[in-house]
Design a protein around this ligand. Structure first.
Ligand SMILES: [Zn+2]
Length: 118
C-alpha cells in the first residue's frame, strides 16, 4: 500500500493503528476529522479562471508549492503523520485520482525517486 501513495519502503513514518474497543466497534477510530481543500482565489487565479483552463492546469497553479495550500492527500498525510488516521482510511476516503496525482509530491517529500523499488 505504501507504493500506492508514493511512500518509499524505507520511510521514517511511524504508523499507528488503533486496536479498537467496544465503544468504537473495534475500528480504532473515535470521531471524525475533516480532510479538505480550501481555495479562496486570488487576483491572478481569477484572471486564470477567465481563460477557462482545464482542471489540471488550474490545480497545478492553485496547489503549487509556492501557493502554500494543501491538497486532500497532503491534508490526509498531515493526519497520518500525527497518528490520527491510517493509510487504509486515506485510501478509502480520498478520491483515487487525487492519490495518483499526489504520488509525485509525496515521493518528493521523502526525497526518494519513484522507482526505488528493487
Ligand atoms: Zn475504541
Amino acid at each position: 500500500m505504501l507504493a500506492e501513495f508514493g511512500i518509499p519502503r524505507d520511510n521514517r513514518i511511524e504508523f499507528f493503528q488503533g486496536k479498537g474497543c467496544p465503544a468504537c466497534h473495534y475500528s480504532g477510530f473515535s470521531g471524525r476529522l475533516p480532510i479538505v481543500e480550501l481555495w479562496i482565489p486570488n487576483r491572478e487565479e481569477l484572471l486564470l479562471i477567465n481563460r477557462s483552463p482545464d482542471n489540471l492546469t488550474l490545480r497545478n497553479v492553485v496547489f503549487a508549492e509556492a501557493a502554500g495550500r494543501l491538497t486532500m492527500i497532503e491534508a490526509g498525510f498531515r493526519l497520518l503523520q500525527a497518528g490520527d488516521t491510517t493509510l487504509e482510511e486515506l485510501l478509502r476516503v480520498v478520491p483515487y485520482e487525487q492519490i495518483e496525482a499526489g504520488r509525485e509530491k509525496i515521493a518528493k517529500r521523502f526525497e526518494t525517486p519513484l522507482t526505488s523499488e528493487p
